[in-house]
Design a protein around this ligand. Structure first.
Ligand code: SAM
Length: 252
């Protein structure tokens, strides 16, 4: 059971506190799959009180709001004005409107001076952009000692690949990540650590999106997460077939 402020608990666990469950809701969609990822990255960010954070491609502002609730002063940018309107409403709903600013801006052309932010974060956004160009802009606006955290969708998971081919018409236009892309983004910084998530665990979605049996979904997800941990430890080459990667890039 994870209890510290830097950890998230799975929504629905009996002992999960209300604030944990609010945080899970702020991950917006596929939240069960993002909980372990945020449990990995939030401790890397440490104490957020007074820290300046930029969120690229904020969408409806879930992550920006989550970080503002932890004390950060956040700027969320996006290319879509209606998303920014939704994001402002979400921040207001969670009483952090004063700690979050939202702006219409392209992640590849950031209108901030050099060395502005302690952290930059993005979730499912770099796939829409030129990875290297975006990483270079992030490096520029990050303070020395800062970290840029990119959570991205990977290219080679067989079931996810099939799903994209069948149902996501725009997916052909996106640049999903390979491990080579992870290394290329990391090469724009002085340091890179990364972890890949969800290999067999994706199979649990059958009991959510295929035949909806929530109990089977929770059981299968719990078991397959353990299977993944063992598989990825014993056979590291399987990381390239995971669904999601989380990169933490360091600027000296
Ligand atoms: C898949 S959504 C993810 C939204 C949010 N990060 C989340 O996880 O809920 C991708 C978002 O990135 C935004 N986006 C795409 N390209 C962008 C760019 N070059 N600069 C800023 N935002 C961009 C889109 O408008 C969209 O809101």
């Amino acid at each position: 059971m994870l209890k510290s402020k830097n950890m998230l608990t799975l929504k629905g666990q009996r002992s999960a506190s209300r604030s944990d469950s609010v945080e899970a809701d702020l991950l917006l969609w596929w939240e069960d799959f993002y909980l372990p990822i945020f449990a990995y990255i939030l401790p890397k960010m440490g104490e957020l009180e007074g820290k300046k954070v930029l969120e690229l491609g904020t969408g409806t502002g879930g992550t920006a709001t989550l970080l503002a609730k932890r004390g950060a002063s956040v700027v969320g940018i996006d290319l879509l004005p209606f998303r920014l309107t939704e994001a402002r409403a979400r921040a207001a709903e969670h009483d952090v409107a004063e700690s979050v600013e939202f702006a219409l801006m392209d992640a590849m052309h950031l209108a901030f001076p050099d060395n502005t932010f302690d952290f930059i974060i993005s979730k499912s956004v770099l796939v829409f952009t030129d990875h290297t160009r975006t990483a270079q802009e992030c490096y520029r606006v990050l303070k020395p000692g800062g970290k840029a955290i990119f959570i991205e969708n990977m290219r080679h998971h067989p079931a996810v690949w099939l799903y994209r081919k069948a149902f996501l018409r725009y997916s052909g236009k996106l640049h999903y990540f390979s491990l080579h892309d992870v290394a290329a983004v990391g090469a724009e910084f002085e340091g890179l650590e990364h972890r890949e998530f969800h290999l067999s665990a994706v199979g649990a979605l059958f009991w959510q999106k295929g035949i909806s049996i929530p109990l089977f979904y929770r059981w299968t997800f719990g078991i397959l997460k353990v299977v993944d941990a063992v598989l990825l430890k014993c056979f590291p080459f399987l990381k390239r077939f995971c669904w999601i990667t989380a990169m933490i890039c360091h600027k000296d």
